[in-house]
Write a protein that binds this ligand. Sequence first.
Ligand code: ATP
Length: 569
Amino acid sequence: MKQHPLEQLRRYDPQAIASYYKFRPWQSLYRIVTLIGAFLGFIFSLKSDQFRNQVEQNRPKRATELRELLTHLGPTYIKVGQALSTRPDLIRKDFLEELTKLQDRLPPFPNQTAFDIIERELGGSISQMYLDISPHPVAAASLGQVYRGRLHSGEEVAIKVQRPNLVPILTLDLYLMRWAARWISPILPLNLGHDLTLIVEEFGIKIFEEIDYINEGKNAEKFAENFRYNPQVRVPQIYWDYCAKKVLTLEWINGYKLTNTEAIQEAGLDADKIIRIGVTTGLQQLLEFGFFHADPHPGNLFALSDPSGIGAQMGYIDFGMMDQLDQTAKETLVDAVVHLINKDYTELAEDFVKLGFLTPDTDIYPIIPALEAVFGDIMGESVRDFNFKTITDKFSEVMYEYPFRVPAKFALIIRSLVTQEGLALSINPDFRIVEIAYPYVAQRLLTGETPSLRRRLLEVLIKDGKFRWDRLENMIAIARSDSGFDLMPTAQLGLQYLLSEEGQYLRHQIVLALTENDRLHTEEVERLWHLIQDDIQPSRLLDAAWGALADFSRERAALLLPSVAAFTQ
Ligand SMILES: Nc1ncnc2c1ncn2[C@@H]1O[C@H](COP(=O)(O)OP(=O)(O)OP(=O)(O)O)[C@@H](O)[C@H]1O
């Protein structure tokens, strides 16, 4: 079979695509007519609903029609729908929920076509490559379908094959979208017009990354590397000898999809543990590694019973859509969490500017009270009342009123958080994401392994120049509510920090706080002691203090050593 000339492209190249289609206007024309025909019918239905005053009543029906329409228009529009399903700032809530369904159950393509693609891509017959392969796909998704098979060496594998003719379909659609964006941009209000071309650009880049299965294999390996010390996370191994741009052969994950909550319960797996793993590894991806799975819908996550006896394991698949947060974005995210906890809404608005939700020239002052109204309410009396679904719903209202835009990366993050929370709630209706997330953040701050994290801890503990005992108390109480949290190593780190050069400011603040208003504040210290005394047996406390002091003096000795050496020479 002859290869389409644009198959040569290694990445999204709008110029090359434009030069190709410029000389094939009939292809564009045919596609435009199809698109206009499809969308006109839909727009007509919407208008007639308005005319007959049936907008509210027909909304669920229209949402379903939109999903069917996108499915009918093929992979590019399915992907557009999937992308829109992450944009609460652009799409109404009821439509969002319908678009989320675009993830599963799409029509498969013929098996023979799939087998031909495998043989062509891998350069050999199916039987040479695989000991056996399922006669039909086990799943069909927007860009590919998956077979279950076995290698000659005995390993059970998933074989992912890309849909045929994807490149011509995607490139033509991208060409037309770019062209339309350029025409529509000038008539759109504000800076949305400029955004539109950028959005098509970003979309093109992402989709080209996704159709390169070699890239997906590398992503899987990078993800596995990040979690190499965490036995609770399972990432399928990639069998590179049986991979090419359009075929991916990877270890078969024998588990229960998180969509199948009944099976998880029947198998006696510890659902709470699975949720805990999901939320903590999700936070680790965002706040520690910065490399995150941008599509963690329940169909891409598996619960596994764990052979090594830890209780449960979570398997991740589908690494086509990954994203990377840089160090500044990671730190700003932690800042945003800290500011949210501290109810510092001015700083929170500034974080939104740094993260790209607001342009730097935005006047943030009118936004601050709106943020206060949304978050103040949600956080309620206690941080435990926090939940992502309500927050994003309310936040989307603020987004409509103020010039917020959700950067593509964060659209994915927000969706992933909401999906994970929804998922956890379907497994355990009493689940509160913050019961896992907050101890994680509190522990990270308390153990502060990097200077920037320690600086943030200080920001939480010291507000307006005053040491906040209540914050420390709250943080320790919540961190302790996680049964896996051992206070001693943290206490030791805390002591070490207090004794270090860097801890000078904190020492000073604590002394000031203890003697504030000319009295000794012993009751705060007493309350703290009550909180931690169960964990702290005197012998362990002594050990911790001794360890901290030993480190302290070692550091001092290391500092002194060069001078001593110089002196003795
Ligand atoms: N390693 C695996 N082990 C078991 N099942 C798998 C594996 N890989 C894929 N599958 C099955 O195939 C389905 C589709 O796989 P995958 O999500 O990787 O495809 P996709 O084309 O990227 O889909 P999406 O539209 O979600 O992006 C999965 O939902 C799962 O049922």
